[in-house]
Design a protein around this ligand. Structure first.
Ligand SMILES: [Fe+2]
Ligand SMILES: [Fe+2]
Length: 278
């Protein structure tokens, strides 16, 4: 069993293959805990199916990164279930919080903008600032969530921590964070991206080794570029949002997804999204 959280990864070929899964949005009933698979919610079933499909391919998976919104109801039993499923893979993994991990929605039957948001403490297993060292890469995980809010923030303290890490290690670097740090051209979700991102980008300009940023939150696949950094967003393992819509809209008939990232020993990255088979 890998210890949690993993701090160091070494591989024989010095390449790191990362499986990113995000926005699991699990809610009760945690049926697998009761041993009754017929009671699995759709999001639970999709989470398990995504993991199974991804790990059944012939890509060696060295690390699973879970980038927030693990749940839609902040219940310890749901985290127990998710961590048990991830532990059972035998693969090192790390989890960071999203807004839904620190916020309970009241009136969830109402339209999104009319719901009441109630602050919740994050599950202690979710990482706030975490470093994973590899032969040729530095991986930095950052908690961008704010309790009781949909939007996130890269705080001045976070920026200081990132700058410190990037100052002491010149390996190519990947940052994983839940909230997007670059707009995706959907007004409603862009109003809930990470705040303070201009300050973040200004500070990051000093570090040429920053190569990749991955996030969740937007429930869609996008690739953007800024300051030599490739910025990926990744589909939810459950439901998707309609890209380029200024008002909230689900993308109907778009399959759950996940992302592979292959970090090569020369600092290059290959990355792509896969969709869950029907
Ligand atoms: Fe989400
Ligand atoms: Fe989110």
């Amino acid at each position: 069993m890998p210890s949690y959280p993993v701090n160091q990864i070494r591989t024989a070929d010095e390449q790191i293959n990362i499986l990113q899964i995000t926005d699991l949005h699990l809610s009760l009933p945690p049926a697998a805990i009761n041993g009754d698979a017929s009671k699995l919610t759709v999001c639970q079933r999709n989470f398990e199916a995504v993991l199974q499909q991804a790990l059944n391919t012939d890509i060696r998976c060295d690390l699973i990164m879970v980038t927030g919104d693990l749940v839609s109801q902040v219940k310890t039993a749901l985290y127990d279930y998710i961590f048990a499923v991830l532990q059972a893979t035998g693969i090192p993994f790390v989890c960071i919080a999203g807004n839904h991990d620190v916020t309970e929605e009241d009136n969830s039957e109402l339209p999104f903008m009319q719901r009441t948001l109630i602050a919740q403490p994050a599950d202690p297993r979710l990482l706030s600032r975490h470093v994973i060292d590899t032969d040729h890469w530095q991986l930095l995980l950052l908690d961008s969530s704010i309790t009781g809010k949909v939007a996130g923030e890269i705080t001045p303290t976070d920026i200081d921590w990132l700058c410190e890490r990037l100052s002491v290690c010149d390996k190519p670097t990947l940052i994983a964070v839940h909230h997007h740090v670059i707009p995706v051209d959907s007004a409603w979700i862009d109003s809930h991206k990470a705040e303070n991102t201009e300050d973040f980008w200004q500070h990051m300009a000093a570090f040429e080794q920053l190569k990749v940023i991955i996030s969740g939150h937007v429930h869609q696949e996008q690739v953007r570029y800024r300051q030599g950094v490739t910025v990926y967003s990744t589909p939810s393992t459950c439901y998707q949002f309609q890209p380029f819509e200024d008002d909230f809209a689900y993308a109907q008939n778009v399959r759950p997804g996940y992302r592979w990232l292959q970090l090569a020993n020369n600092g290059k990255v290959a990355s792509w999204v896969e969709r869950l088979d029907t």
